[in-house]
Design a binder for this molecule. Structure first.
Ligand code: S3P
Length: 419
């Protein structure tokens, strides 16, 4: 398989969600360009509309008229978050600070994902949160005036951190959030850019009492988690190179690129620039002889969504790769440890499941068989990339689930690869 050409990466999912939520919370017009038009982002738009915000139909260039949280209205229906954990947890923070009651619902995958991690801090701030026994959805929140928050999170999670910061912002109280290690920092950057009094020291973020935000235009940069699939494709190719245009290279997101270089691929950043408070670059990726790698706890947050893809690459790299400190993968759209291990094994790879990761023995034997995605978009794309490598023949049970984060994925894959 060879690769050639260039691709403009779709908008970053995390920044897209936040551009809508912060656009709705600030008063005034925010022009949003390059938003990701995927199912997850539509879920956030839908939840905001159910709360009375006039969010226009998403398009590459539109204006959101923010009215401030005082003008949000009690929902006439449940808040349907679809498959999106970010929608649920960030909007839970907002709702916790409003004088309303709302019930968050979602699809089967989202409904089993852990919500106590946000319920506990939001309750400590004064909101009332009702969860089913299993701790997932449906989740009902009765919000209201909140107290200051001082929270130490057990997990490095941008969703937990953001839920608390958004609750504090909406309620006008202060918040201090400490994480075990730094998770993606888009909420902090975007709050600061909009005028909030927010400081960061090490792994602690502090939002001052009475912070408010103004409307601000957002140019959403390309999603590094989507770019990762094509960087991996180029790394696995027999020849050629791929140019990925306009990728956000915020260092809380680029752990996968670091690993890719360590494994032997060539990843070069061109034209690095600052756009809307984020570092953006064009990436040129070409193949190399791939060798095994090691991923430990400290590496995980900056590549949390790319670990299934890394495991697929490791199955083609020389030697044994080891991933540890990644038990968070079990709380994603699927249990991404068991699902990746089972699928790689079904294809003929030698893999060991660990409680917090996996061991993968690489080989150049062809990998053949059918993959069960469990409706998880990142599994579909990771195994789609592995299936494109020479000699492999992999059938994906649910190709359509890529619509959650990258609706054009299969089309882009066909555009840049050739036999
Ligand atoms: C996200 C944070 C991460 C990530 C998810 C998007 C965000 O989740 O896995 O895809 O936009 O804040 P956690 O915060 O649960 O690690």
């Amino acid at each position: 398989m060879n690769v050639s050409g260039s691709l403009h990466m779709p908008g970053d999912k995390s920044i897209s969600h936040r551009s809508l939520i912060l656009g709705a919370l600030g008063v005034g017009e925010s022009r949003i360009t390059g938003i990701l038009e995927s199912q997850d982002v539509h879920s956030t738009a839908g939840v905001l509309r159910t709360l009375g915000v006039d969010v226009p139909v998403l398009s590459p260039d539109f204006v959101l008229r923010g009215v401030g949280s005082e003008r949000f209205t009690p929902p006439a229906a449940n808040l349907d978050c679809g498959n999106s954990g970010t929608t649920t947890r960030l909007m839970a923070g907002v709702v916790a600070a409003l004088p309303i009651e709302a019930t968050f619902v979602g699809d089967t995958s989202l409904s089993r994902r852990p919500m106590r991690r946000i319920a506990r801090p939001l309750e400590a701030m004064g909101a009332r949160v009702r969860l089913p026994e299993h701790g997932g959805l449906p989740m009902t929140i009765r919000g209201g005036a909140l107290h200051d928050a001082a929270w130490t999170s057990e997990v490095a999670s941008a969703q937990v951190k953001s839920a608390i910061l958004l609750a504090a912002l909406t309620s006008g109280v202060g918040a201090t959030v400490t994480e075990p290690s730094r998770s993606r920092d888009h909420t902090e950057r975007m709050l600061q850019a909009r005028g909030a009094a927010l400081t960061i020291r090490g792994t602690t973020v502090c939002l001052a009492t009475g912070s408010s935000i103004r409307a601000l235009d957002t140019a959403v940069p390309g999603d590094p988690s989507s770019a990762a699939f094509f960087a991996a494709l180029a790394a696995l190719a027999d020849g050629g190179e791929l140019r990925l245009i306009g990728v956000c290279v915020n260092e809380t997101r680029t752990g996968f690129l670091t690993q890719l270089r360590r494994m032997g691929a060539s990843v070069i950043e061109h034209n690095k620039r600052l756009e809307g408070g984020e570092s953006v670059a064009d990436l040129v990726v070409s193949p190399g002889r791939l060798v095994a790698t090691t991923v430990g706890e400290g590496d995980v947050p900056a590549m949390i969504d790319e670990l299934p893809l890394l495991a697929c690459l490791a199955a083609r790299a020389e030697g044994e790769s080891v991933v540890t400190g990644a038990s968070e993968l079990r709380a994603k759209e699927s249990d991404r440890i068991t699902a990746v291990v089972d699928n790689l094994r079904a294809l003929g790879a030698t893999v060991t499941e660990l409680s917090d990761g996996m061991r993968i023995v690489g080989s150049d034997r062809p990998l053949r068989g059918r993959v069960a995605t469990h409706g998880d978009h990142r599994l579909a794309m990771a195994f789609g990339v592995l299936g494109a490598a020479a000699g492999n023949d992999i059938e994906i049970d649910d190709r359509d689930c890529v619509a959650v984060s990258y609706p054009g994925f299969w089309r882009d894959l066909e555009r840049v690869r050739s036999e």
